[in-house]
Write a protein that binds this ligand. Structure first.
Ligand code: IPE
Ligand code: IPE
Ligand code: MG
Length: 241
């Protein structure tokens, strides 16, 4: 493996934040920022493909975002459908497999229908896995793991002593994804906001003040460059690496 490809993160996750502030700065409504945010999503997918990351996970709508004004929520749902319809062909052409994590039962039926179609049509692609976190909350995800695993123990399908990291991983929405290597958050906020709490346990964190609608390929490449220069020690000493 060449030195340039060696330190490329396998799994990059992004908290795409700052759409509202970006729009406000231009004297526009928040939804204008969300619309422009979709353009950044497209650029980021391209940049991730060019970099050669195998998994890109985007936080698009949190379980807490349901508490936003009704109109903003419904506009976000419409934008999401529009994005899927517009992008599914190019997603397929690029060999990208689409997946969705989150409490999908809370999404409108029409959204779920479009998502199912897109997921089905991209299921055999293997260049990159694009995961959209929608109606996603990490605590909900973990509560669900506890319930499912407990049920298995009660039914004697699983012994308590067998519960380990692998068992937990296998019951998460992200069961088929590796742990997150690099977590990016835009807009200057330095918090996790209930995103992939278990999966980011050893991720490198990268915060940028850039607002999501201003985020482009160069910003993505910059984050990757910084990641490449980090030393991931996983508890060991520098000398052991
Ligand atoms: C991120 O931008 C998009 C979603 C959470 C859906 P925001 O809408 O949170 O933008 P700010 O943080 O208010 O600027
Ligand atoms: C986090 O952004 C969720 C998404 C980016 C989809 P928020 O803007 O909702 O986060 P908080 O509530 O400010 O932490
Ligand atoms: Mg925000």
């Amino acid at each position: 493996m060449s030195n340039t490809t060696k330190n490329i993160p396998k799994h990059v996750a992004i908290i795409m934040d700052g759409n509202g502030r970006w729009a406000k700065g231009l004297g526009k409504k928040r939804v204008f920022g969300h619309r422009q945010g979709a353009v950044s999503v497209r650029k980021t997918i391209e940049a991730a493909m060019e970099t050669g990351v195998s998994c890109l996970t985007l936080y698009a709508f949190s379980s807490e975002n349901w508490n936003r004004p009704k109109l903003e929520v419904s506009m976000l749902m419409d934008l999401l459908m529009e994005f899927i319809l517009k992008e599914v062909d190019s997603i397929n052409e690029n060999g990208i497999k689409l997946s969705v994590i989150g409490e999908r039962s809370r999404l409108p039926d029409k959204v779920n229908k479009k998502l199912d179609q897109a997921i089905l049509s991209t299921k055999d692609n293997d260049k990159m896995t694009l995961t959209i976190a929608l109606s996603y909350g990490s605590r909900d995800e973990l509560i669900n793991v506890v319930k499912v695993v407990s049920e298995k123990v009660l039914k004697k399908e699983l012994n308590i002593t067998e519960i380990d990291e692998k068992i937990i991983n296998n019951h998460l929405y992200t069961f088929n994804l590796p742990n997150v290597d690099l977590l990016i958050r835009t807009s200057g906020e330095k918090r996790i906001s209930n995103f992939l709490l278990w999966q980011i346990a050893y991720a490198e964190l990268y915060f940028t003040d850039t607002l999501w609608p201003d985020f482009g390929k160069e910003d993505f490449f910059k984050a990757i460059e910084e990641y490449k220069n980090r030393e991931r020690r996983f508890g060991k000493t520098s000398e052991q690496i």
